[in-house]
Design a protein around this ligand. Sequence first.
Ligand code: PLP
Length: 387
Amino acid sequence: MGFDFDTIVERRGTASAKWDLADDGMLPMWVADMDFAAPPEVVEALRDRLDHPVFGYTLVSDSYREAFRDWQRRRNRLDIEPQSVLSTPGVMPAIRAAIDALSEPGDQIVVQTPVYYPFFDAVRSKRRRLRFNPLREDDLHYRMDFEQLEGLFRGGARLLLFSSPHNPVARVWTVAELQRLAELVRRWDVTVISDEIHSDIIYPAARFVSLLSLVPERCVACFSVSKTFNLAGIGASQTVVPDELLRGRLAAVLKRDGLASVENALSLAAAEAAYRHGEPWLEALLRYLRFNSALLGEELARRLPEVRMTPQQGTYVAWLDFRALQRDRGLHDAQLKRVLERRARVWLSPGVQFGRGGCGFQRLNFAAARSVVAQAIDRICDAFERP
Ligand SMILES: Cc1ncc(COP(=O)(O)O)c(C=O)c1O
């Protein structure tokens, strides 16, 4: 079956955070949601559910759990016990609850910058102390600094907030890297909140491995249909905690905060349909995204070689290095942002938001119709092209 990702779906006027916050004429390419219609089976499942007009308190059905477990088995060769899955209303609510459940105020929590910036506030707002283990960058190849990480564990940090695949640098961690991480967390008795929300957006050169398969006893892993099937407004996520003790602690916090019984009848219907029937759509999407990413990389290399793109192993956000261009044109970060927004009329996520190592970078979401991505590239190149 063919899927149409080329037709532009007008999103303005739908209370879209991406489009309705942007001025007319601006191309928003910052937030990580896609401009594509959800898989047709998801829309159909929502219609079917609407045909029954009662929307009372709703259970998480065995069939919903089964659909998620089947998906992980099929896609990631990951066997998940039914009782390990907690249904949660989103990955960030689950992470915040996990921070509460697994640490105390004043505790140290490690993040590896540049990283998805809501992590910072999630830690600080819970009165925990952020500890930074910046990724090492060598000619746009990123890796974890295991020596420094071990130093932070030695210094008392017992919780790691991990992004896998890593947003924003588009890295899919290899088994060898994950094994090394697993050894360290075992040695230092660390627990990992592994945010695996981007784990279905993986390109052929990489293979996703869940940290769950390496250290199940120390891992709280977060998944969701929101990135995979473009259902961020649906609010359904799955938090997998194989260890009974850790799971009990997280379940108690979810219950205490009123997050355990927020079961949305429509979200569950949509998420189950996505996991059951969405695979052909996802495969077609991945092919489409790969071409968008290639277009972006090739056009920048041709027209604006001072801007380079990090190799795209996963995710649909590109991590663009503007450092050479900034040096060359004498632009600091605020001036760069002004040129992008006022002259190019594209709205990207400034790298500085993602913490140390983000300065001089911009994150661009290329999950849009190809003509829109092409237009964004044109605008960026035109804005910086020398007369
Ligand atoms: C790494 C990462 N975690 C979490 C989220 C947000 O998840 P949710 O909307 O389910 O809270 C995002 C969204 O962009 C993300 O990139």
